[in-house]
Write a protein of this length. Structure first.
Length: 271
C-alpha cells in the first residue's frame, strides 16, 4: 500500500483504505501496489456490495410493507358446549319443543384487528401437529400434520373474529379426546390472510399455539356489548367490542352437564 512514492503499512492507513473501498469513495491518496492486496480489496468491494444490498432490501421491506394488523389470543381453549340434535317435529309432554342436547368439545381461538379501519377478505386456517408415538417403545417416531376445519373461518369485513374447530368423530383430534392424550398435540399453526385497503395489499399473519398454551375445560368471556335501544336488531347493530377481553376466559370444570353447557363454544357466536 502506498502514498505517493512511499510504502506505508500502518493499521490506520489500511483501515482508511478498507473504509474507502467499502464506501466506493476512492480519494486516490492511498492505493495498493501488489496483487495480494488487490485481491483483498476486490473481496472487500464485493462484500460491500452484498452487505449494502441486503441492508437496503431489509429496510425497504420493513418500511414499505404494512405491519401485521391481527392480534391473536394467547391461549387455545378446549371448550365444552352442547349441540341440539332434536328432530324438527319432536314435541315434549307440554306441547313445546323437546331439546335433545349432546355434549361436545371444541378448540377455540380469537383474533382482533389492530387497524383503525376495516380490513377485508379475512380468512383463517389452522394445522395441527400431532406426535406419533410407538406404543411398544414409548418413543416419538414422527409427526402427523392434519388440517383443522374451522367454523366461520371467513369474513368479508373483519374487526374481531373467533374460530372454532368442532371435535367430532371426523376430527383428527378426536382420538386425543377419547384417549385423554392431549399431550400428543405438539402445536397448532394458524394463518390469517386478509386484504389491507390502506396499503392495497394482501397480507398474512402467523401464530403458533404450543401445547402449553392449551387450556382445557374453559370458555372465552364475552367481548361484545349491545347498544342501548328498544329494538333488539338496533341493539345488535350498535354493538361494541372490548378488544382488551381477547384473552379473558373462565374455567368450566370437568363436571359440566349438557343442560348447563352453552349452545355455542364462543360466547359471542362467530364474532
Amino acid at each position: 500500500m502506498g502514498r505517493g512514492n512511499k510504502i506505508e503499512r500502518s493499521f490506520e492507513k489500511m483501515f482508511a483504505l478498507s473504509a474507502q473501498t467499502f464506501t466506493t469513495v476512492g480519494y486516490g491518496d492511498i492505493y495498493v501496489r501488489c496483487w495480494h492486496t488487490n485481491a483483498v480489496v476486490t473481496l472487500e468491494w464485493y462484500a460491500s456490495l452484498v452487505l449494502g444490498a441486503t441492508i437496503t432490501g431489509i429496510l425497504i421491506v420493513n418500511l414499505l410493507s404494512p405491519s401485521p394488523m391481527v392480534r391473536w389470543s394467547k391461549h387455545l381453549l378446549l371448550t365444552n358446549w352442547r349441540k341440539d340434535n332434536s328432530p324438527g317435529g319432536l314435541i315434549d309432554e307440554e306441547g313445546g319443543h323437546a331439546a335433545q342436547y349432546a355434549p361436545m368439545k371444541a378448540l377455540c381461538l380469537r383474533t382482533v384487528s389492530e387497524a383503525k379501519y376495516p380490513i377485508t377478505s379475512y380468512k383463517l386456517e389452522a394445522v395441527a401437529y400431532i406426535l406419533r408415538v410407538d406404543e411398544d417403545k414409548e418413543t416419538v417416531v414422527g409427526t402427523f400434520i392434519e388440517p383443522l376445519p374451522l367454523l366461520h373461518s371467513e369474513n368479508v369485513i373483519f374487526h374481531q373474529f373467533g374460530a372454532v374447530h368442532v371435535i367430532d368423530e371426523s376430527s383428527p383430534l378426536h382420538p386425543l379426546e377419547t384417549e385423554g392424550r392431549w399431550e400428543l398435540l405438539q402445536r397448532v399453526v394458524c394463518t390469517a390472510t386478509y386484504h389491507d385497503p390502506r396499503f392495497k395489499a394482501d397480507c398474512v399473519s402467523y401464530h403458533i399455539y404450543w401445547n402449553r398454551d392449551l387450556v382445557r375445560d374453559a370458555i372465552f368471556k364475552r367481548m361484545v356489548t349491545l347498544g342501548q335501544h328498544a329494538d333488539m336488531h338496533e341493539c345488535w347493530s350498535n354493538r361494541t367490542y372490548d378488544h382488551a377481553m381477547i384473552d379473558e376466559f373462565e374455567e368450566q370444570g370437568n363436571d359440566v352437564s349438557a343442560q348447563k353447557m352453552p349452545n355455542h363454544p364462543l360466547p359471542d357466536g362467530h364474532s
